[in-house]
Design a protein around this ligand. Structure first.
Ligand SMILES: NC(=O)C1=CN([C@@H]2O[C@H](COP(=O)(O)OP(=O)(O)OC[C@H]3O[C@@H](n4cnc5c(N)ncnc54)[C@H](O)[C@@H]3O)[C@@H](O)[C@H]2O)C=CC1
Ligand SMILES: O=C(CO)COP(=O)(O)O
Length: 345
């Protein structure tokens, strides 16, 4: 069985460590906080982030060098904002034979880099193509209860994807592979924006019709941007696309949905983020997507509206009015059209 380091002892890092421990691997769960490492090892709990018993096969470390010494794989699971900082610390310590995986969902504003690109830039011995992505509809709370969950791992290198699949797959955690790293990463990152919107809609008191509309037209925006960047449109119909969109827009576990819900009820963004106490990735990602849409000249009216609510003080109800009164158009000009163009040749 393998030795695996998981970097980031938040809710997702802890849940993924539990999956690896269930698969008999030796897991080193790294946190930058010494007190947290001590507490996890002493109490077998990480209550601030996840309500679960931590199996004995998991040892928490606050020393990064010890955590990654001799491991087969390193899994980055810190918030996107912290990826570069952690990767820079890992760089002098990592052996080039190690498989690098990440399970974070975001895009860096300004540079518009995906997480695999950021890690590839910071780790001198690795190219971005060598980083494996793990993404899909997977709330940590349910994974920790061993409830049926499906994810996709993606790499241009099929051997690395299969190795990652083998590390994680078990009877309650089913892992598929995909070669479309771009589509898998973009789907996971961009759905968080739409989940903020779904939360805002619910917070305003709108019903299921509005949420279904947001999810469907949101998916069209995700696919539009993703394909303009070169992703396979079919990826957005898979687990890290529509699958993750469904779970994040409809689950009370979602931090993005919960943050949106509080915003829709009239709370201020700063107060909402303070109240959450955990990462709400959509807030940063919407900045990146807004910028991306402008650069790529791709229409993303929902993303734009959510950006305006978060950063330009626009009232959510006014954004709804703005979206509902856009010019008349055909529906099937998006994903279906892209699919037709791609597969009718
Ligand atoms: N929670 C979930 O169910 C899922 C989360 N994800 C993704 O996983 C990533 C991490 O999310 P969560 O674990 O939920 O976040 P979280 O908010 O529960 O925990 C984040 C962890 O990262 C640590 N951290 C923050 N800044 C750091 C730094 N500079 N250096 C080292 N550690 C740092 C925090 O101390 C904390 O332990 C996000 O990108 C999220 O979108 C993906 C799938 C499911
Ligand atoms: O990505 C997730 C589930 O697949 C977690 O979403 P939240 O960050 O909104 O909780």
């Amino acid at each position: 069985m393998a030795k695996v380091a998981v970097l980031g002892a938040g809710s997702w890092g802890t849940a993924l460590s539990i999956v690896l421990a269930d698969n008999q691997h030796e897991v080193r769960l790294w946190t930058h906080r010494t007190e947290q490492a001590k507490k996890i090892n002493q109490t077998r709990r990480n209550d601030q982030y996840l309500d679960a018993v931590i199996p004995e096969a998991i040892t928490a470390y606050s020393d990064l060098k010890q955590a990654i010494a001799g491991v087969t794989a390193v899994v980055f699971v810190v918030p996107t904002k912290a990826i570069r900082e952690v990767a820079r610390q890992v760089d002098p310590l990592i052996s080039p034979e190690t498989t690098i995986i990440h399970a974070s969902k975001g895009i860096e504003p300004v540079t518009l880099k995906r997480v695999s690109q950021m890690i590839g830039e910071e780790l001198t011995a690795f190219k971005e193509e060598e980083i494996v992505v793990l993404s899909g509809p997977s709330h940590a709370e349910e994974v920790a209860l061993r409830q049926p969950t499906t994810v996709t791992v993606s790499s241009v290198d099929p051997d690395r994807a299969r190795l990652t699949q083998d590390l994680f797959i078990n009877e309650s955690f089913r892992v598929y592979t995909s070669p479309d790293v771009l589509g898998i990463e973009l789907g996971g990152a961009l759905k968080n924006i739409i989940a903020l919107g779904a939360g805002i809609s619910d917070g305003l008191g709108y019903g299921d019709n509005a949420k279904a509309a947001l999810m469907t037209r949101g998916l069209a925006e995700i696919a539009r941007l993703g394909t303009s960047l070169g992703a396979n449109p079919l990826s957005f119909l898979g687990l890290p696309g529509v699958g993750d969109l469904i779970v994040t827009c409809t689950s009370v576990h979602s931090r993005n949905w919960r943050a949106g819900n509080l915003l829709g009820k009239g709370n201020k963004l700063e107060d909402v983020l303070e109240q959450m106490g955990m990462v709400v990735e959509g807030v940063r990602t919407v900045k990146a997507a807004y910028q991306f849409a402008k650069e790529q000249q791709v229409e993303m009216p929902i993303t734009e509206g959510i950006y305006q609510v978060l950063f330009e003080g626009k009232q959510p109800k006014d954004v709804v009015g703005q979206l509902m009164s856009r010019n008349k158009r055909q529906e099937m000009d998006d994903l279906a059209q892209l699919l037709m163009e791609r597969y009718s040749q």
